[in-house]
Design a protein around this ligand. Structure first.
Ligand SMILES: CCCCCCCC/C=C\C=C\CC(=O)SCCNC(=O)CCNC(=O)[C@H](O)C(C)(C)COP(=O)(O)OP(=O)(O)OC[C@H]1O[C@@H](n2cnc3c(N)ncnc32)[C@H](O)[C@@H]1OP(=O)(O)O
Length: 724
């Protein structure tokens, strides 16, 4: 797990643990033993530590935190200390990434050199821990407290040039980093090590320690309220400035041990792996990412240049793929092009992109009004209005003009993919690609498999999704798929609470305190009450109901009297400066609780003879969140979502669910399924007319098991409870 070889009088230690050389037990042991062997060998004058394959070690093996192996001798602290104490110069030769424990290893070395494209960083905050092998103690001794606070609390990667400027790297090298590392090591082999052992250095900006740490603490509390790791990082960095290394490392370890066992760290690490699992799809019948070869995609087209369509075009262009944009008329086409150009101009202005790169990227865009121009493209993504008839029309046209093996995808957020596919003669090559707004920014792609979608279509769309920088989650076909389907009971409960005693700001406050950045009623205002009103009308129509008749829609959870009253008064949300809240002016972001809305709600209740009651925050919390979770279990039992991890990634990346709870399914496992089921059963009895409170059969089955079933095994129970 760490290869030892000698090149003349240089010992070269290669961490060898593909694919990213995570510092699991055997790697640590290999490095420790390698240093010991090199030290004992009189013919060795200096040592180079590097990584085999594509990168230097990217950190501790995250899976070892849960298994306990991270603490096993030699732990990472002991490895770093061993390297630093070596009496022969040790050089870290960094290529790829040196992250977390990998960067700590290199800070234990006496010198660090890096390739031009290497990146370093401490991403531990993202997984709920801190750089616990001396990272918070050594980095500030090398580069000072201020930049260390920035790097460690942000978790951001630092490029080679910046790392050199800061003093993390001693040199940037061209060419093979190991060859250069050996040369460098030879050049310093006779230099005294005094002054090169980082733990013995003083923190340069120690005099400002209090001011810097106080302001960093205020900042992390403001930005990431409720998160434990960033706070612990600042505490540990403050210690570095005030205490000798030997004492500081003890405090760092104590903080690390607390974090490692926290629920937040478990949830964040779960999310890390769930995100990587998402693109590893499998469909009933057994075809999977491992067995099906995707077709190459060399060009794409987008139909519809509105807000979503333009964003999708940008994702494709940013990936270096040519993209044709089709619109129905010149006015709409010009509007789409202008939007895209404007967004690139904005990126240039913000320094995120050079003017030259923006120009080059834009040159890949071909606007047109003619569907015939799409005859050679490999994939078309339709992004027209959410209207079945229109979509079917577009797909019918595409089917006629596009080459036989082109894939036709729809950016629908709710509509039936099979119905859309039925407008073509190639339902096996039709899929949903549900982007989230703004499409050029949001990482999630909910990819919808129709009844006839072929595994190769799934493979190709998944590969394209990754290429355009998205995290694709494959789901089945049903109204709203996974994300919007789970959203429905959540927003319904939020609105029903208004009719029973709560006001909009009270509901939103509970949800925002839980960690979802915008409460459901503020989201209502953001989306527009006219939009949700129209959706209710469309869904009612689809179900053959009259949306104006309460007795028709109420049993289907489609009765929203407060929303309707606001809509009828022209309060359409943010865009009109009034909705569930009032706003300073149309388009303003700050939602202000509005006594007028409270009057409207009170009036409605009086008319309906509803005795309003004080609704405790816990009830708001349970009714909004548990109804959503119950629906998530239903998507699993029906096979709409393949795995609980997929549901979680959809909610983490698409709907702002707080990552430190892992997502709705992981959160459910933390609540305890028995308790959760009990509460859902309670609300089901209280509101028997609301279908979304009918408990999921999967949840019921799991809650009845003698011992809690680990989340990774829920799928085994899903197949036995399936209603399909
Ligand atoms: C008495 C006191 C005792 C105290 C003992 C304390 C001991 C602890 C001491 C120190 C602790 C140090 C903390 C850390 O180092 S935490 C880890 C910090 N590092 C990271 O978080 C890096 C995470 N990885 C990434 O960001 C990316 O993987 C990246 C390196 C940027 C590469 O990206 P990409 O090329 O896109 O590849 P993937 O992300 O898809 O990863 C490829 C596969 O590798 C798996 N992986 C990645 N990193 C890790 C890791 N650190 N541990 C385990 N596995 C990892 C990833 O899951 C992929 O796997 P698969 O192919 O199966 O999906």
């Amino acid at each position: 797990m760490a290869d030892y070889r000698k090149q003349g009088d240089v010992a070269v230690l290669h961490a060898n643990n593909p694919p990213v050389n995570a510092l699991s037990y055997h790697v640590r042991q290999g490095l420790y033993d390698g240093i010991e062997a090199a030290e004992k060998d009189p013919s060795v004058k200096c040592i180079v530590i590097c990584g085999k394959g594509k990168t230097f070690p990217v950190g501790a093996d995250i899976r070892e935190f849960a298994s306990g192996s991270a603490k096993k001798f030699p732990n990472l602290i002991e490895v770093c200390d061993k390297i630093e104490a070596c009496t022969k110069p040790v050089v870290a030769a960094i290529h790829g990434f040196a992250l977390g424990g990998g960067l700590e290893i290199s800070l234990g070395c006496h010198y660090r050199i890096g390739g031009t494209s290497c990146k370093v960083g401490f991403p531990e905050v993202n997984i709920g821990v801190l750089p616990g092998a001396g990272g918070t103690q050594r980095l500030p001794r090398v580069i000072g407290l201020k930049p260390s606070l920035d790097i460690i609390t942000s978790g951001c990667h630092v490029g080679a040039k910046e790392a050199l400027k800061l003093g993390i790297l001693d040199k940037i090298v061209q060419g093979d980093v190991v060859t250069e590392g050996i040369k460098f090591a030879k050049s310093v082999q006779n230099q005294p090590l005094h002054g090169r052992r980082v733990s013995t250095m003083a923190v340069p900006d120690v005099s400002q320690a209090n001011a810097l740490c106080n302001s960093a603490m205020a900042e992390v509390k403001r930005k990431s309220s409720g998160l434990l790791a960033p706070v612990a990082c600042v505490k540990s960095l403050r210690v570095a400035a005030q205490t000798p290394y030997k004492d500081g490392i003890k405090i760092e370890s104590a903080l690390m041990l607390q974090l490692m066992t926290s629920g937040q760290a478990k949830a964040l690490q779960y999310a890390f792996f769930a995100e990587r699992l998402a693109s590893k799809w499998q469909v009933p019948g057994g075809a999977s990412h491992a067995t099906v070869t995707p077709r190459p995609v060399k060009s794409c087209a987008v139909v519809g240049g509105g807000y979503m369509g333009s964003g999708i075009v940008m994702c494709i262009l940013n990936a270096g793929l040519p993209c044709i944009l089709v619109e129905a008329n010149q006015k709409f086409l010009d509007r789409g092009i202008k939007m895209i150009q404007g967004l690139y101009a904005g990126s240039v202005k913000l320094g995120k992109m050079s003017e030259q790169d923006a120009k080059k990227t834009l040159s890949l865009l071909k606007p047109t009004l003619r569907y015939e121009d799409l005859k050679d493209v490999d994939v078309v993504i339709e992004a027209v209005f959410e209207d079945m008839k229109l979509k079917q029309e577009v797909f019918g046209k595409l089917d006629k003009v596009c080459k036989k093996d082109a894939l036709l995808c729809s950016n629908t957020s709710t509509l039936n993919i099979d119905k859309i596919a039925s407008a073509t003669r190639r339902p096996d090559r039709v899929m949903g690609m549900h982007f989230f707004a703004p499409a050029y920014y949001m990482k999630l792609l909910e990819n919808i498999r129709g009844a006839e979608t072929s595994p190769q279509t799934v493979a190709t769309v998944t590969q394209l999704s990754v290429k355009i920088g998205k995290v694709p989650v494959l789901v089945g076909n049903c109204h709203g798929f996974v994300g919007n389907r789970m959203m429905a009971p959540y927003t319904t409960e939020a609105q029903r609470l208004l009719e029973e005693g709560a006001y909009p700001h009270q509901v939103d406050q509970v949800i925002e305190e839980f960690g979802i950045p915008i409460g459901p009623l503020k989201v209502g205002d953001l989306t527009g009450l006219d939009v949700s009103w129209k959706i209710t009308r469309e869904v009612s129509r689809m179900l053959g109901l009259d949306h104006t008749k309460r007795e028709d829609v109420e049993p289907f959870g489609l009765y929203f009297p407060v929303r309707n009253a606001l809509y009828e008064k022209g309060r359409l949300g943010r865009k009109t400066g009034a909705g569930f809240y009032k706003y300073e002016k149309a388009g303003s972001k700050v939602a202000i609780p509005d006594p007028l809305v409270m009057d409207i709600i009170d009036h409605h209740c009086r008319e309906e003879g509803i005795d309003r009651r004080r609704i405790p925050p816990q009830e708001i919390y349970e009714r909004c969140l548990y109804s959503l979770i119950n629906e998530g279990f239903k998507t699993l039992e029906e096979g709409i979502a393949a795995r609980p991890e997929d549901v979680d990634i959809i909610w983490l990346l698409g709907y702002g669910w707080p990552r430190y709870t892992g997502g709705p399914m992981h959160f459910a496992s933390q609540i305890g399924l028995r308790r959760l089921y009990g509460r859902i059963e309670y609300y089901h009895n209280k509101y028997p007319d609301r279908d979304h409170w009918t408990p999921s059969r999967l949840l019921k089955t799991l809650s009845q098991q003698e011992h809690p079933v680990p989340l990774a095994q829920w799928g085994q129970f899903a197949s036995t409870t399936s209603r399909l």
